[in-house]
Design a protein around this ligand. Structure first.
Ligand code: NOJ
Length: 535
């Protein structure tokens, strides 16, 4: 019997509500839409859902611009719909994780509107980072927004406010006790409504230092922070050590307080996972010390090449660093901010990598649509809605490609997602990616995910650490293979473009590609595939 808390090795399914299922024909997914598809979600074999923001928002940044964190935006439904969703999830033994956005509010939040009215020097402005312009009229410092363009916007009276993201997302001042109190209220609000945990947006960003100091290389820093900008590895790492607005010591004081709040709910086992892009990687473990949060995202697999050395390093580093604080890693191949894994590394490779990580210790995150093997949507610039596209003035196409709505059924776009016009177009070429289609194809990505997650639960959750069997770094013969054993399972991934023999013993349980053959007592693993064997 596994007595670990529910989240320890949970498989968590990320739902971007606007793109999941539209229940009312307005072209946008909504909370009742999610509720109506919970049987499907449950059938995948996941343990929990993480819902990207559905709070009141002008939706300038996909809902990560929150105007009221304790209410539901009408585009998604209302609070009753949220309660119903949570209740229906719980009936199916699915936990619900809400996405909380503490780094910034929307400029439409009442606090920001009050700050604009109250003027310089007011208590209202102290909830944000308002400062006077320099004597020459320039902003308080030279920081560049993560979405491109300056990090400062000037208001009518001449002061500037700080926004690490879009100008519609003013950063909150976490040195102000009112901000702390308001977020504790929000956390309690959602816990009392029934949620089981939180994904904390920009968890590493709450405390800023040197807000009035210029950075020596703002453009370099901005490029280093953007994964879509290529940069020499050493140069990027050196710049990432100089970020004045991320990963400051003060953020940990906040999470220690939050942890006490979560723990005060006792057996509810409320969990939190930090979105913290930090450098060096060891710093991520600080977020999951025993008196802080429960999980921290490991983003390395969102960008890692399909290469055995790279993947060995990512897995080994993540497991060993987390072990220093007695935590388990998390694994994610896709999310709403990154290109979909099938587009990034190829569809066969994406299946192989999924099956490889499903065997690993820790928690696995699956971004809705990943189980179908969806590629990024093909969009025209006129379709795009992401502020990253607009603020970068072109070079960054933004993240809309990963957010194209899910294809559910039928042969014609929008494949049952909506009876209206979807907010982003769904290509007719997705005909064979619908849930309906994949359910009847035993070789589909959907079946692979369902079978793998069932086997993971049966043999691997709680099975302890891994032992590497093969890697080019590990007494290995070939760098085409990456292989480990865990509990009764041996996992072998063939990263190469040709079949590869391996010594794995035992009965084949599942394979992500074509069949596994046997030859002279060896197993023959198909190209770009992963297989699990039961010994
Ligand atoms: C991270 C979120 O995942 C992303 O979608 C958002 O744009 C930024 N944080 C700002 O909230």
């Amino acid at each position: 019997m596994n007595s670990s808390p529910w989240w320890k090795e949970a498989t968590i399914y990320q739902i971007y509500p606007r793109s999941f299922f539209d229940s009312n024909g307005d072209g946008e997914g909504d909370l009742p839409g999610v509720t109506s598809k919970l049987d499907y979600v449950k059938s995948l074999g996941v343990d929990a859902i993480w819902l990207s923001p559905f709070y009141t928002s002008p939706n300038k940044d996909g809902g990560y611009d929150v105007a009221n964190p304790r209410d539901v935006d009408p585009r998604f439904g209302n609070l009753e719909d949220a309660k119903e969703l949570i209740a229906h999830a719980h009936q199916r033994d699915l936990r619900v994780i809400a996405d909380i956005v503490p780094n910034h509010f929307s400029d439409q939040h009442v606090w920001f509107q009050a700050a604009l009215k109250a003027g310089p020097g007011s208590k209202e402005r102290e909830r944000f980072h308002f400062y006077d312009a320099h004597a020459d009229g320039t902003p308080p410092n030279n920081w560049i927004s993560i979405f491109g363009g300056p990090s400062w916007t000037q208001v009518e009276d001449g002061q500037f406010y700080l926004h690490l993201f879009d100008s519609s997302q003013p950063d909150l001042n976490w040195e102000n006790p009112e901000v702390n109190a308001d977020f504790e209220k929000t956390l309690r609000f959602w816990i009392d409504l029934g949620v089981d945990g939180f994904r904390i947006d920009v968890a590493h960003g709450l405390i800023k230092e040197d807000v009035l100091t210029n950075h020596p290389d703002p453009q370099g820093l901005s490029d280093a922070l953007r994964l879509d900008v290529a940069m020499d590895f050493e140069k990027r790492n050196a710049l990432l050590l100089t970020v004045p607005f991320f990963d400051r010591q003060g953020v940990h004081e906040i999470y220690k307080k939050w942890r006490k709040l979560f723990d005060s709910y006792g057996e509810r086992n409320i969990m939190a996972v930090a979105e913290a892009w930090v450098h060096p990687p060891v710093n991520a473990t600080r977020y999951v010390r025993a008196d802080e949060l429960h999980q921290v995202f490991n983003f390395d697999l969102l960008t890692a090449e399909f290469n055995s050395d790279v993947l060995f390093d990512v897995v080994e580093r993540s497991i060993s660093l987390n072990a220093t604080v007695n935590a388990l890693p998390t694994w994610a191949l896709s999310n709403h901010d990154s290109p979909r894994v099938a587009s990034r590394i190829g569809d066969e490779q994406a299946r192989a990598l999924a099956l490889f990580v499903f065997g690993l210790p820790g928690s696995t995150y699956v971004f809705a649509g990943q189980e179908l093997g969806l590629p990024d949507g093909q969009l025209q610039d006129s379709d795009r809605q992401d502020p990253m596209f607009f603020r970068s003035n072109g070079p960054s196409k933004g993240r809309d490609g990963a957010r194209v709505p899910l294809p559910w059924s039928g042969d014609t776009t929008p494949f049952g997602f909506s009876t209206g016009k979807p907010w982003l177009p769904i290509s007719q070429s997705w005909k064979d990616f619908t849930v309906e289609h994949e359910l009847i194809d035993p070789k589909s990505s959907l079946h692979l995910y369902k079978n793998a997650l069932e086997l993971r639960k049966e043999f691997l959750v709680g099975a302890g650490g891994i032992t590497w069997l093969e890697s080019s770094r590990h007494g290995s013969k070939k760098d085409a293979l990456l292989s480990y054993s865990r509990g009764p399972i041996t996992v072998v991934m063939n990263l190469s473009d040709s079949v590869q023999e391996c010594d794995a013993a035992g009965k084949l349980l599942i394979v992500s590609g074509a069949n596994v053959d046997a030859r002279d007592g060896k197993k023959v693993i198909p190209a770009r595939s992963t297989a699990w064997f039961l010994t």
